[in-house]
Design a protein around this ligand. Structure first.
Ligand code: FAD
Ligand code: SIN
Length: 536
């Protein structure tokens, strides 16, 4: 099972916006390897719909975007980080356009959409398929760069640190370094050693730990789990964002079908939320109605579902002209039609779904983690921008800003960090081929259901404790299996999902208040003294 040894100046794990934007900015300074666990385009980035929030209109201001972000973040967004992202973001959007990304224009100017929590329209978008356009443009640029090699179906198993050199590594040790990663090559069924001077974690989020999610199945939180095992600092994992409006898919939904997102831009364009009696309910919950921040809208829907015993609410934009709907939302309209729903004439059935990981691996203003030579950007990182609740369309922006910042320090780091040749090959002595694959699919399913049922939009101490006990059992079973079984990406993903579930549950148990996305019936009120990031 032992593979090859590769040496690179820069190793990047993940090929979404964060990894690719960083790659393009370091590639003139050294050799770059991007490893990615599926096809290169498969990422959350590829499915982003609404767009990128950026202050580009003359009637908008940095102050307004900063304030909107801080308000959504419910007291936990870092004001300095927010200012960095808001002020540096517009230049990144322009650089993306210069690279070839094409965004929707009207009368020659960029068309700016509106989303919840934003005081003004400020969302740059490519109709309703912004992420697809961003990923397309980035991958095209990556292909043109001779210093970059993309390794598809290469799954990062673990970050290499002093632990692999036989030393004791703890969270308190200040001099841990990262020397690359063990990478499972799915097609060759071997584990390679990728040695690097600088390693970038750009593995995205973890919403696939929930049964119902808008994310593709790759979003298993591998980066957070790997960083946690390597003893990096992790923060704010209790803040899981549930998007209010994923399409409800009936029986398929109950069987765990992947959620299809109905962009917040649809509400920004005037869609209203109705309960199944046809009553518009959002104005009773918040004066911003359908355009309140996501945590409020998702909780209001959850409340309606529980009060009425319904499975879904309705999202209605049928009062707008058909041509307008089809012009702004061609992807969504087509996906709905494929499921027999015409959004121009009928309200759509929708439910909240797990969407975004606001916490993650703690990074500083230059994307450095607490481990030397290890950087992190994108959804895997906790920069401090999102606080207790991410403002819509701030994540692509954050990834662009911090990936460029990361590239600057990476080039300096590279010069100071030699390749560590003492790293041993992967050792799988004593393991055998898996006999009980059913354990993987069954445990994955069980974990996703536990997280959905007990660690969802509305939490309680009782439910969190129950989830903790169930997850501990899964952990023990899967660890025992892992120790005696030859590697496979399914097994590694399950192990990582359990680790991430544990981090979410523990962080939620520790927060004795309700704030932003974390709402518990046992501590329903935000508490000043608790207004600080959580660490696990
Ligand atoms: P991703 O784009 O998820 O990329 C992660 C990469 O890491 C993937 O290539 C994956 O295969 C790889 N990877 C993961 N683990 C491993 C491993 N162990 N080994 C090797 N490779 C690995 N945000 C906005 O700002 N605006 C929007 O309009 C918007 N709409 C969204 C719509 C949907 C449906 C979804 C799901 C998200 C949306 N978001 C939006 C959020 C945004 O898309 C993501 O936060 C952002 O794209 C994350 O980028 P990333 O590069 O960090 O991660
Ligand atoms: C959406 O289009 O509703 C998603 C936007 C986001 O997650 O930022």
């Amino acid at each position: 099972m032992m593979g090859d040894r590769f040496k690179y100046d820069f190793l990047i794990i993940g090929s979404g916006v964060a990894g690719l934007w960083y790659a393009l900015h370091v590639a003139d300074h050294g050799r770059v390897a991007i490893v990615t666990k599926k096809e290169q385009a498969e990422s959350n980035t590829n499915y982003a719909q609404g767009g990128i929030a950026a202050v580009l209109a003359s009637e908008d201001s940095y102050e307004s975007h900063v304030q909107d972000t801080l308000v959504a973040g419910a007291g936990l967004s870092d004001p300095a980080v927010t200012r960095i992202v808001v002020t540096e973001g517009p230049a990144e959007v322009k650089a993306l356009m210069a690279l070839g990304a094409s965004f929707t224009r009207e009368a020659g100017a960029l068309h700016l959409g509106r989303e919840g929590g934003h005081s003004v329209p400020r969302i740059v978008h490519a109709r309703d398929a912004t992420g697809y356009e961003v990923e397309r443009a980035l991958l095209a640029a990556i292909q043109r760069h001779s210093a970059i090699t993309v390794f598809e179906y290469h799954y990062a198993v673990d970050l290499i640190t002093e632990h692999h050199l036989g030393q004791m590594v703890t969270k308190l040790r200040p001099d841990i370094g990262c020397y690359g990663a063990y990478i499972y090559d799915e097609r060759a069924d071997v584990v390679h050693v990728f040695l690097a001077k600088v390693t970038m974690l750009a593995t995205g989020g973890s919403s696939a730990v929930y049964l119902h999610t808008t994310n593709p199945p790759i979003a298993t939180g591998d980066g957070v789990a790997m960083a946690y095992r390597a003893k990096a600092r992790i923060s704010n994992m209790e803040f899981v964002q549930f998007h209010p409006t994923a399409l409800y898919q009936g029986e398929d939904q109950r069987a765990g079908a992947r959620g299809f997102l109905i962009s917040e831009a649809v509400r920004g364009h005037g869609a209203r939320l109705l309960n199944q009696a046809g009553e518009r309910f959002m104005p009773a919950y918040d004066q911003r109605a359908e355009l309140a921040p996501r945590d409020i809208v998702a909780r209001a829907i959850d409340d309606q579902l529980k009060q009425r015993g319904d499975d879904y609410v309705l999202l209605d934009i049928s009062h707008k002209p058909r041509q307008e709907i089809e012009a702004y939302f061609p992807t969504i309209a087509a996906a709905c039609l494929a499921r027999g729903l015409d959004m121009a004439s009928d309200p759509l059935p929708v439910v909240p779904s797990a969407h975004y990981q606001c916490g993650g691996v703690v990074t500083d203003h230059h994307a450095r983690t607490s481990i030397g030579g290890l950087l992190a950007t994108g959804e895997v990182a906790c920069t401090g921008l999102h606080g207790a609740n991410r403002l819509a369309s701030n994540s692509l922006l954050e990834a662009l800003v911090f990936s460029r910042r990361a590239a600057k320090v990476a080039v300096q780091l590279m010069a100071a960090r030699p390749i560590n040749k003492a790293v041993p090959d992967w050792d799988d002595t004593g393991t055998e081929r898996p006999q009980e694959r059913i354990l993987l699919s069954h445990n994955r399913d069980e974990l996703q259901r536990v997280m959905w049922d007990y660690v969802g939009i509305v939490r309680s101490t009782f439910r969190l404790d129950r989830a903790f006990r169930r997850t501990r059992l899964l952990y023990e079973e899967v660890e025992e299996f892992y120790q005696r079984t030859r590697l496979g990406s399914g097994l590694c993903e399950l192990r990582n999902m359990i680790a991430v579930a544990y981090l979410i549950i523990r962080s939620a148990q520790m927060r004795r208040e309700s704030r932003g996305l974390h709402y518990t019936v046992d501590y329903p009120i935000p508490v000043d003294g608790e207004c600080r990031p959580s660490f696990v």
